[in-house]
Design a protein around this ligand. Structure first.
Ligand code: HEC
Length: 312
């Protein structure tokens, strides 16, 4: 594993019309330089336009929505409004929640028909209106747990369907990775993904636009996120709710990329070396260097003993 300590690359957050990294072969597969898999500027602009449209509709009182459902409706196109109305695409009547007992409803609502309110709406979405996996492609890691972290921390840049088209993406230079790009991602080892998620882009010679998560996510959380990413390799944009809830992955659990995984990492010298580098303050992290096993009190964070992995 080649780590690049203490390198601060330019991150063009909110840079205007900056295309500094476009076309530059910064990404590597097995040591060979390739163009990084990202969406195009046009696609990213469309994604942010859709997102803004949803926000405007919400402010007007059309289809009060959660952040998550926003993505569902507009980025996938699956959750289209099921009834016609005013205000362009938003076809619900002003004041309708879209999830409650009143008139206008989304297509998802028509199919799922379970009333919820308050925080339960968010939980219902996160638990029921997103894919749930019975099996993991990464031994010892739970994609369903990883999904929850992904929707908290990663979705804004990497997008609802992991295609690198979150609402922030168009403002970044370079653009965030399309995490579903199997030709690239399936060749990346679990260890490489662990390094970039825990230590950020700066830890692996990529842009620091990709933040370090080691002070927010514990190691097990990171493994779980990797399992979620693996479950979405080459997942196609869904055309139906069924397709959306059951993404087909091309990641081969027997591939060499899976050699070091959540189950056996503790016995791997390579993994220990990586951990020393990541935690030794040698790479960028919040507050200068990462601490301990990546655990910092507060927020949504769970203590290591609270992170239980069942059945994987
Ligand atoms: C602020 C925006 C942002 C957020 C939030 C973000 N990323 Fe990224 N991510 C990026 C960018 C930009 C790149 C591309 C870096 C480059 O090409 O140099 C990237 C690249 C990656 C890569 C590819 C690394 C490689 O080897 O090519 C992975 C994996 C990744 N991110 C995972 C995640 C995960 C998991 C999360 C949430 C815990 C996350 N990212 C959150 C912006 C972000």
């Amino acid at each position: 594993m080649r780590l690049k300590p203490l390198v601060l690359l330019f991150c063009g957050v909110f840079a205007v019309a900056s295309t500094g990294f476009a076309g530059e072969k910064r990404c590597t597969i097995e040591g060979k330089r390739v163009e990084c898999p990202t969406r195009t500027a046009e696609e990213l602009q469309k994604a942010v336009d859709n997102f803004e449209q949803e926000a405007i509709n919400m402010m007007r009182g059309f289809a009060g929505s959660t952040y998550g459902i926003t993505g569902f409706d507009y980025l996938t196109g699956v959750g289209k409004r099921s009834s016609k109305g005013r205000a362009g695409k938003a076809t619900l009547k002003a004041g309708d929640s879209g999830y409650g007992s009143t008139t206008g409803k989304t297509e998802v609502w028509d199919r799922i028909k379970k009333p919820a309110s308050g925080e339960a709406i968010y939980n219902q979405w996160a638990n029921n209106w997103s894919p749930t996996f019975k099996k993991s492609l990464v031994p010892g890691a739970n994609p369903n747990e990883g999904k929850q972290w992904y929707y908290v921390y990663c979705v804004g840049c990497h997008g609802w369907l992991l295609r690198g088209d979150g609402p922030n993406a168009v403002f970044l230079d370079p653009y965030p990775r399309d995490l579903t790009a199997g030709w690239y991602m399936n060749k990346k080892t679990n260890l490489e993904l662990f390094a970039v998620i825990k230590g950020g882009g700066a830890a692996v010679d990529l842009s620091e636009c990709m933040p370090a998560w080691g002070n927010l996510l514990q190691d097990q959380d990171i493994w779980n996120v990797i399992a979620w990413i693996r479950a979405n390799a080459d997942a196609k944009p869904p055309r139906t709710l069924q397709e959306y809830l059951n993404p087909k992955s091309t990641f081969d659990p027997n591939s060499p990329a899976n050699k070091i995984n959540a189950l056996n990492a503790k016995d791997s010298e390579e993994f220990q070396e990586l951990q020393e580098l990541l935690e030794g303050g040698m790479v960028a992290g919040r507050g200068g260097g990462l601490k301990g096993g990546g655990f910092v009190e507060g927020g949504l964070r769970k203590r290591p003993e609270e992170t239980v992995v069942k059945g994987y």
